[in-house]
Design a protein around this ligand. Structure first.
Ligand code: SAH
Ligand code: F3S
Length: 465
């Protein structure tokens, strides 16, 4: 009989991707099937995030809750992975001695060995090392069905791991290690395998995907592929009809990548490009490595090749020393660029980062007020962008039935907006043209005007040339 695995994922898309890999691995090696509830599980895993204090607190709160399950079933294995594991290591065992396994983002492929060692030794196992990109060599082939979120039409593919930017506020370089890219061939093989399984949309994933530098195997000499070249290759993979990437960083946004938005016809017209702040003073203190003017010039460049491109960003509100003038500069930038979505958070002091030594001097109430202003502004801009889409025809990749109303279908536009419409469930995994009829702040509704037979009619549509 198969064993049952419950896995809870915290935080970012990188973690979501890693969790699908863990599920594949434990299915292949331990005959474990994923379940949606910790009750009755043989193994409970928390894939954790430590980017902000709140994310970290949640993990220990959740661990406390599963402790009772372990009392009822002493054979239950409890594991903690991800960035909290990477940062805390042995401390987790000290704080929660009922935890059996602690593994990091770069050692998740060693889970079978760690489980074995735990059983043989009877002692908790900790492995949070950074063996360079070995992880992908030990993971089973990607399975489209492990990506449960999007009705098996869309999948993530990690192209690089870690981050070498060392922004002064961020734990990622310490918890996930330095930037390492997967070889070009390996990434392409994964994309081809996903396409063979019916995946239509690929999101290339990494902390800074535009730092991608993947080895090209050749007999003569070793050369490297950048993101622009990788995109060009993926564009040729039959079956893949849409390509996204996230997250990109303003520091390595090359002209070649800008040009890719013109040449690579399956690439969407949406870029998530975190700016964090609209003040040069704050950007310098954050060690982001660009100015507001440089950021704006990337946007201008992209708009020159793709005028209706939509932009989203991350913002940190209340970084130490952020004055009212600095904050107003952020608000001004939000308006100038017209961002229509964001991940915006109050600055969280992270132990071990350089910014942790700066006085966290802004009263919490002010930070909250500023955050609210940013979020309301972006919400307003999103609602305008949505209203402007009413009457247009958008090409939607159907992801399946809507969670709230199973009679309704849902899917995303090229610029990553969810649209709801009625239609037959057998359209899942296919493209349809939908006329947008109504829009509220983030929610779009429409009606199908045409079903698309891929891929022949797709190529010339909806891209900016
Ligand atoms: N590679 C991305 C960032 C990934 S981390 C980049 O280009 O910036 C995801 C987001 O978490 C960051 O963009 C930042 O907005 C937020 N974040 C990171 N550290 C934080 C901290 N200490 N406090 C608040 N937000 C933080
Ligand atoms: Fe963090 Fe900056 Fe890298 S935000 S992930 S150190 S680009």
């Amino acid at each position: 009989m198969s064993k049952k695995l419950y896995i809870k994922t915290f935080g970012c898309q990188m973690n979501e991707y890693d969790s699908t890999k863990i599920v594949d691995l434990l299915r292949a090696t331990q005959s474990m099937d994923q379940i949606d509830n910790p009750d009755g599980a043989d193994m409970i895993l928390f894939n954790t995030c430590s980017i902000r204090e709140k994310a970290q607190e949640k993990v220990f709160h959740d661990l406390g809750r599963v402790r009772a399950l372990k009392k009822m079933n002493p054979d239950l294995l409890i594991g903690v992975g991800g960035c909290v594991a990477s940062q805390e290591g042995e401390n987790i065992i000290q704080r929660a001695p009922y935890v059996d396994i602690v593994f990091g983002p770069q050692t998740l492929h060693r889970l079978p060995q760690l489980i074995e060692a735990r059983k043989i030794s009877g002692k908790p196992q900790v492995d949070i090392s950074f063996p360079e990109i070995e992880k992908f060599d030990y993971l089973p082939e990607s399975l489209a069905y492990s990506d449960r979120r999007k009705g098996n039409v869309s999948a993530f593919v990690s192209i690089m791991e870690g981050c070498s930017k060392y922004c002064s506020f961020c734990v990622v370089p310490y918890t996930r290690g330095e930037e390492v890219s997967r070889p070009l061939r390996e990434v392409l093989m994964e994309v081809v395998s996903l396409a063979d399984q019916g995946i239509k949309e690929i999101t290339l994933l990494g902390q800074n995907v535009n730092a991608y530098s993947g080895a090209i195997e050749s007999e003569e000499e070793e050369s490297m592929a950048d993101l622009a070249l990788l995109l060009a290759y993926i564009n040729e993979v039959p079956g893949i009809e849409r390509i996204r990437y996230t997250t990109s960083h303003p520091r390595e946004f090359t002209q070649r990548l800008v040009d890719a938005h013109k040449k690579v016809n399956k690439l969407v017209n949406h870029v998530h490009l975190p700016v964090q702040s609209g003040s040069d003073r704050v950007l310098a203190a954050m060690k982001r490595g660009y100015t507001v003017l440089e950021y704006k010039s990337i946007i201008r460049n992209l708009r020159s090749v793709c005028p209706d491109m939509s932009f989203t960003s991350d913002f940190i509100i209340g970084f130490p020393g952020e004055t009212e003038a600095d904050f107003n500069a952020t608000m001004k930038l939000i308006e100038e660029i017209g961002f229509d979505d964001s991940f915006s958070f109050i600055y969280s002091q992270r132990p071990g980062t350089p910014a942790a030594d700066l006085p966290d001097d802004i009263p919490h109430k002010i930070k909250q007020e500023r955050l609210l202003k940013v979020q309301e502004k972006i919400k307003y801009q999103a609602s305008i962008a949505c209203k402007n889409m009413v009457g247009t025809i958008q090409r939607i990749l159907v992801e399946g039935s809507s969670r709230k109303n199973p009679k309704e279908l849902c899917g995303r536009t090229d610029n990553n907006r969810m649209v709801y419409f009625s239609g037959d469930l057998n359209k899942t995994g296919h493209f349809v043209d939908v006329k947008i009829t109504t829009a509220s702040s983030k929610l779009l509704r429409g009606e199908i005007v045409q079903s698309i037979v891929e891929p022949s009619s797709f190529i010339e549509h909806n891209f900016c040339h």
